[in-house]
Design a protein around this ligand. Sequence first.
Ligand SMILES: [Zn+2]
Length: 304
Amino acid sequence: MQNNSKMKVLYISGFERSGSTIVNRVLGQIDGFVAWGELRDIWLHGIVENRICSCGHLFTDCLVWQQVFNEAFNGINKFKVLEMIELQKLTRSMVLPHYFGLIKDKSFKKKVGQYLTNLEKLYQAIQVTTNSKVIVDSTKASWYGYILSLLPSIDLYVIHLVRNPKGICYSLEQRKLKGELECQWYNPLHASLSWNLKNYAVEMLLNSSSKRYLRISYENFIQNPQMIVEHILNFLDEKATNLPFIDSSTVKMSTDHIIAGSPSSRSDIGTVKLSLDEKWQQSMRKLDQALISISTFPIAKKYY
Ligand SMILES: [Zn+2]
């Protein structure tokens, strides 16, 4: 298959709370791009839990997702979602052994081939029903990006989104204090070690010579969104005449259909001002800042 007959998928990888939902949404406003958040979680959060789509409808009532599932699987109700979720768990557990050559391709495909086939059907249906050139997926997990890189119909481009771990840690703490979500990473040391591990995993699984990989900083994106978007378009070898910027920091957002992604930024529509939240510099304990600096230094020195 020629590259130009494949689907272009732009995969945003990285650690939690790295700002992927806002980056995903800005990219989704470009003509020919569709960006509906973290597609890995569509099975559980969409079909099983029937969460509210960012368009305001329940997942099963969202006409756009109905169209996608009609195209891919003859409807949402007919799809055997529990089997898919079990397959997803199995696939995840097999990624590292496959990467290290401990499981051969043939055996891997025999065990999780149906998962791979269903993913291809999902992405193909999104492309067909939206008539898009680029599908953006902000799932972030390195194992899932690795799986996408194995799909023959996908031409994968990886963005490694990196955010200052102090900003992430502060954001996790605030989220926990608000009771927004139970977060297991509010502890600064745990957050730092997870940040190291997950960024390292992205580099290991998604930054090989055979893969297209671009690292961007969240802080740089928020401060220079148009410049970074143009950089991403070059990376994708795509051109766009009408970028969605009103001025250097304001974006015009339309309704998307996001089921999984940061609740604080997935539903904003109209004129949205991008601004960097640097409150951690004043409000975070100096001891915590020092702990994060020291424990993330081996990885962070490459990024900052
Ligand atoms: Zn929707």
